[in-house]
Ligand binder design. Structure first.
Ligand code: FDA
Length: 542
């Protein structure tokens, strides 16, 4: 009997007769399928609700997965980057929409069933907020919504929120070798979370953040309506470009402005240990990297070296450069402004922009760009990260103390990213990301480990480091980057969050833009349906 119904259903779908003789009949068959794995009446009721809110032509039976489904675990694990959260509370359902109708139905039914919604694009959230929660919840995972449509003539792309940066870069390079997009270096990061949280990478000194290059967006709001830039209005469109999409709805597509890159770019990497004068180089780097020409990006990566050999561990600093131009132009600039680095022609490699994407992602530039299409993260490590912004160069004594702490933890990594260039020209209120003209550089602190027992020790070290850095970094507020999410900064109470409580972390991420975000949130989601530990709060209007 089951086989007969299955075959009948498959036949109808195959023959394109998805209208189905009667919608009711279609839905009951769909429902029958899901009942095979949906055991409780709550599950059935959610599924029924979901089906009843879909146009009959859009009914699909592999969208919702319960904890009993054989695919549940593999889908849930597929993009978990931080293993610190792999044993956390699990969603009641995983919803894997193919289109906006599925997202609309999910929002409506989650509200009806009092289930919190977590939205996941690439799953790289540092605190796992896209797939864990302490209250009954579902995860909407957008990995099916990842088409990329590139229009080179008009220099834009529409990209599904579930696409990765790698898929975006690959698709652009497949059509043009003189176009790119200014976003992050890790190809498995999802465009949904990345762009809605800001998004910077190796060409942001020339073109700004990913969020600065969004032309339009499509999202489903709290009422299940599909909105684009025009219908959402400029306030909400402003908020989702850096304020974190999850506070406002489910973004399913971005229209992005492509940027021009030269056919030849140049990279170099120079590594110096403390014994080779790294402290002096960092001192100088702090004062010049933000003033470099906007075609030149040199970040400094601080790590421990020789941790496993007989020698005492020491700190090394790697200066990694991307230059939007040829070696000749690069050398004439870097040898004049930073001769101490000792960069010569031999250190430099010319390549195409897409090869530089491979290079910064840790691949060989001889690899085919196809590797950027690999979405699987398969991380075996837990990590904790934090961020800071620097307005005045850290003195030598401050750096020395920092390096002493770094050497205590062999898996620590600090990345110092120079600002200036285009970032200096964009107004700090243009998007919710406020840290523009006054900042020399941003810092990411990260520590990773693979043994569960080490969690307390490693996080303890990270918190001590953060405390140590306090006198050297921005204050009032102590600035932080939303995309390097850090729940140590504060978290909302559930279900009602006060403005004062959220200001603890909100001012750090958004500074003076926080109040505008609160106003937008209050209008867009007055009942705070899209709550999470660091969602924008709603003003309670007495
Ligand atoms: P994920 O799916 O976990 O989402 C992150 C947040 O956004 C969650 O709150 C989620 O609910 C919300 N969200 C996701 N999709 C949404 C949607 N469609 N609609 C509404 N809300 C949505 N950053 C950077 O600027 N430059 C860089 O070079 C890097 N590099 C990097 C490397 C690695 C290895 C990691 C783990 C992270 C980075 N990042 C980064 C940080 C990264 O930008 C940040 O973690 C992003 O939020 C990740 O977006 P995902 O979609 O992958 O995460």
């Amino acid at each position: 009997m089951v086989g007969k119904i299955t075959r009948a259903y498959e036949r109808e779908v195959k023959e394109g007769d998805v209208k189905m003789a009667s919608p009711k009949f279609g839905m009951s068959i769909l429902f029958f399928f899901l009942c095979i794995s949906f055991c409780s009446s709550t599950d059935q009721s959610f599924q029924q609700c979901f089906s009843s809110h879909l146009p009959p032509s859009n009914i699909t039976y592999d969208v919702i997965f319960t904890q009993n489904s054989s695919q549940y675990s593999s889908i849930l694990q597929s993009s978990i980057r931080n293993l610190r959260f792999s044993n956390a509370s699990k969603p009641r359902y995983l919803v894997t929409p193919y289109n906006e109708d599925h997202i609309q139905a999910t929002i409506i039914c989650s509200k009806e069933h009092h289930l919190q919604v977590r939205v996941r694009s690439g799953g790289h959230d540092y605190e796992g907020l896209s797939y864990i929660s302490d209250v009954p919840f579902i995860v909407i995972d957008l990995f099916h919504i990842r088409s990329v449509m590139v229009d080179i003539k008009n220099e834009y792309a529409w990209v599904g929120a579930g696409a990765t940066l790698g898929e975006l870069y690959y698709s652009i390079s497949a059509k043009s070798n003189v176009h790119g997009f200014p976003a992050g270096s890790c190809p498995t990061v999802g465009v949904g979370g990345h762009i809605s949280g800001g998004g910077f990478g190796t060409i942001f000194r020339k073109y700004g953040l990913a969020a600065d290059n969004v032309i339009d967006a499509k999202m489903v709001d709290v009422n299940g309506n599909v909105l684009d830039r025009k219908s959402m209005g400029e306030d909400l469109f402003w908020a989702i470009r850096g304020g974190g999409g999850a506070s406002f709805g489910v973004i399913f597509s971005w229209k992005l402005k492509l940027v021009r890159v030269p056919p030849t770019v140049t990279v170099f990497k120079t590594v110096k240990s403390l014994e080779q004068g790294a402290t002096k180089l960092v001192q100088k780097w702090q004062n010049i990297a933000y003033k470099f020409h906007h075609d030149l990006f040199v970040h400094a990566v601080i790590q421990v070296t020789n941790p496993n050999s007989n020698q005492n561990p020491t700190v090394q600093v790697s200066f990694d450069c991307l230059f939007l131009g040829t070696t000749e132009r690069l050398l004439s600039s870097i040898q004049r402004s930073f001769p101490e680095l000792g960069v010569t022609q031999e250190n430099c490699t010319e390549m195409s922009w897409i090869q530089s994407v491979l290079y910064f992602a840790g691949y060989s530039i001889a690899e085919s760009a196809d590797v950027l299409l690999n979405r699987t993260t398969q991380s075996t490590q837990s990590f904790k990260a934090k961020s800071d912004y620097v307005k005045e160069a850290i003195p030598k004594t401050g750096l020395e103390g920092l390096f002493k702490m770094v050497v205590e933890e062999e898996t620590s990594v600090l990345i110092l990213t120079p600002y200036g260039g285009r970032m200096k020209q964009i107004k700090s209120s243009a998007t919710p990301f406020p840290y523009r003209s006054e900042y020399l550089y941003g810092i990411q602190y990260m520590i990773s480990w693979d043994v569960a027992e080490e969690t307390g020790k490693r996080i303890g070290w990270m918190r001590r480091l953060y405390k140590y850095m306090e006198p050297y970094v921005s204050t009032a507020p102590r600035a932080a980057y939303l995309n390097y999410r850090d729940l140590d900064l504060g978290r909302n109470s559930y279900p009602n969050t006060s403005y004062v409580e959220s200001s603890e972390w909100g001012l750090k991420y958004f500074n003076h833009n926080f109040n505008r975000l609160v106003r937008v949130k209050t209008l867009a989601d007055p009942h705070n349906f899209f709550w999470n530990e660091q969602s924008i709060p709603v003003l309670r209007l007495e």
